[in-house]
Design a protein around this ligand. Sequence first.
Ligand SMILES: [Zn+2]
Length: 293
Amino acid sequence: MGIVSAEKFVQAARDNGYAVGGFNTNNLEWTQAILRAAEAKKAPVLIQTSMGAAKYMGGYKLCKQLIETLVEAMGITVPVAIHLDHGHYEDALECIEVGYTSIMFDGSHLPVEENIAKAKEVVEKAHAKGISVEAEVGTIGGEEDGIVGKGELAPIEDAKAMVATGIDFLAAGIGNIHGPYPANWEGLDLDHLKKLTEAVPGFPIVLHGGSGIPDDQIKEAIRLGVAKVNVNTECQIAFANATRQFVRDYDANEADYDAKKLFDPRKFLKPGFDAITVAVEERIDVFGSEGKA
Ligand SMILES: [Zn+2]
């Protein structure tokens, strides 16, 4: 099936009680690792770039072309959406122009009226080109914001107003946090999620900060209406841990590894990227999207 917008497969996930993964990428091999896992699991997937990752990689056009070219070169048959994660207004417009197939407009730093007005504009422009749109109400904090214990809860009325703009899926805080979870984190507020899904029945909710939430809480959130789970930190940690282990092994077996030319970056970084594939496959299992392509 290849490159598609995400609204159909995210809604199918919502309607059938599972979730699809939105996996952030950072480079060529990261993208290959995600695609390999999605194809092996026959799972629809969103490959997403943050504004920072896209800048790091060489811009939105490169990211779009990279994902598109890999999907073709790797013979990927599962639906893949090229998604902007947490995009400011200007970045959302640029990605619509460049050919991303899915956009998250994040106006959560704006006053709520402006967030909703801008989301409406993004929806009009994106839908005209068949591109799906995610938007956020409230804010989803991160450890970098100094949040400890409890993440933010999205106001229900704001969620209803945002859904009315015509967006395709909604990111809303239910106590989740970006990045690693602090030791004193109180868990997801599933009661708040229930109120949210009752306010917007059948509408797909996106769970951000999906790395490090206990699997039973993720499964319960999916049962209640989460249809997309974002994963970023988990893959970063999997990559870093496998790479660190490889470096330790290299140090302990230097002559042997040198003789095998394991200093070649294609070999040196392979354990790290293989670990990402394993991590993505595990997440797909937890989300229940295996075999849903
Ligand atoms: Zn996020």
